[in-house]
Write a protein that binds this ligand. Structure first.
Ligand code: NZQ
Ligand code: ZN
Length: 394
């Protein structure tokens, strides 16, 4: 068990109609002018944006708005948001949407509060001194960005997808009404569930330090997400299932399931960021497509964890050789992905990368990782390429 810090400062307002409290939540932050930031239009079509604006009008808060954050949100829109926020004297950013709008809002917040090019942060050549306060009205359970310190932005030139993690960017509040996720396409609901599971798995498959209480929380979380993801395949309008998944999404990535361990593996995320940047696929689908290949490549290096996962999470019968049990756990996880219509290979993700493209992704992945990545097993560029190759041959 390792020493740890746990910092989860985000106020959570959860339940039906929660979005009507947005204005009052911003007012409590003592801010004068808000930039409302959203995605491609789902929040307009659903009427959510109007309800949020009405809640702000009610308490007399001024705002400007900027839509257009796309999945794998782009740096050019971040620049646009920074310029708009500076011009308008904005001192609070409200993201209404999913991880893409939230991450873009955080990036704008960094860009306004710090001199220089905000992309430097994502290239890790410097760190931020401040961030404008950010609030969230969440519309998809997935990334956990509503409570996380992460922001992931894609630079169009080269389609480089890079993350910047900083506690300064953790949202002040997160409004979470599970009903808001009922308008999601089924595919996005499933992508979200895959991402939530992955955030916990990244912290579960480690070789360093574990706490029984953290492991138990993680295992319950994974079982709960799988159970409710299956319910949502059959009945997307099930409120309780939506609520379970939504709360699990926040708990999966606010640091809770990393307490006491070595900070996690996160190689699958790094591998996905290259896929998402290059081919613009949905993050959760990219993770599901690569995870099985990663797991098969590393499981012998982290056998006790894979064995425990198979038995405690996937319900594989304990007995026989641990290697065989661990492998059955991996297979069961892939069966689950297929059950919720998530891909388990590049082919199922509808990609057919060439060897040169996979070598390029492996090279960029190792660079973005500072040379190597992983805790379950430490991966270098050649390992990364091998995992991409395995995903292309399945
Ligand atoms: O853009 P709109 O029109 O809103 O449509 C979105 C988008 O097409 C749609 N959608 C969202 N809520 C909806 C809805 N459609 C109907 N009804 C609703 N209620 O769903 C699509 C996906 O939205 P997006 O925000 O892109 O999804 P997600 O939350 O999965 O975010 C993905 C981004 O977050 C990054 C990913 O890499 C990716 O760029 N991540 C951020 C993390 C963080 N900040 O901590 C951690 C994650 O690991 C991840 O890397
Ligand atoms: Zn993720």
């Amino acid at each position: 068990m390792y020493d740890f810090e746990y910092f989860a400062p985000t106020k959570v307002v959860f339940g039906r109609g929660a979005e009507t409290r947005t204005g009052a939540l911003i007012k409590a932050q003592n801010c004068k002018k808000v930039l409302i930031h959203y995605g491609g239009g789902s929040v307009k079509r659903s009427g959510l944006l109007d309800r949020v604006k009405a809640s702000m009008d009610k308490v007399g808060i001024a705002y400007v708005e900027l839509g257009g954050a796309v999945p794998n949100p782009r740096l050019s829109l971040v620049y646009e948001g920074i310029a708009l926020a500076k011009r308008e004297g904005v001192d609070f950013i409200l993201a209404v949407g999913g991880g893409s709008a939230i991450d873009s809002a955080k990036a704008i917040g960094y860009g306004v509060a710090n001199e220089g090019d905000v992309w430097d942060l994502y290239e890790h050549t410097r760190t931020a001194d401040a961030c404008l306060p950010v609030g969230v009205v969440l519309t998809i359970a997935a990334t956990g960005s509503e409570m996380s310190n992460g922001s992931v932005i894609t630079k169009e030139e080269g389609m480089d997808k890079r993350a910047y993690d900083d506690d300064l960017g953790r949202p002040r509040f997160a409004v979470m009404n599970p009903e808001l996720t009922m308008t999601l396409p089924d595919y996005q609901t499933a992508c979200g569930c895959a991402d939530i599971l992955m955030h916990t798995m990244e912290r579960y498959f480690t070789s360093g330090g574990n706490m029984e209480v953290t492991d138990s929380i993680a295992e319950a979380l994974m079982r709960t997400v799988m159970k409710n993801a299956r319910i949502l395949v059959r009945n997307p309008m099930d409120y309780d299932a939506r609520a379970e998944v939504m709360w699990a999404g926040s708990l999966s990535h606010n640091g809770l399931t990393g307490c006491g361990n070595d900070g996690g593996d996160f190689a699958t995320h790094m591998l996905e960021h290259e896929i998402g940047g290059k081919y613009d696929v949905a993050h959760g689908a990219g993770l599901a497509a690569i995870w099985g290949s990663w797991a098969r490549y590393v499981y012998l290096d982290c056998l006790p964890r894979f064995h425990r996962f198979a038995v405690n999470v996937m319900g594989v019968e304990d007995g026989g050789a641990p290697e065989a049990t661990a492998l059955k756990g991996i297979e069961a996880m892939e069966d689950f992905y297929r059950e919720i219509h998530m891909p388990t290979s590049f082919r199922e993700l509808k990609l057919n990368p060439t060897e040169a493209e996979m070598r390029d992704m492996a090279h960029k992945c190792s660079l973005a990782s500072g040379g190597h990545k992983g805790s379950a097993s430490v991966l270098y560029e050649t390992d990364m390429f091998e995992i991409y190759r395995m995903a292309s041959e399945r």
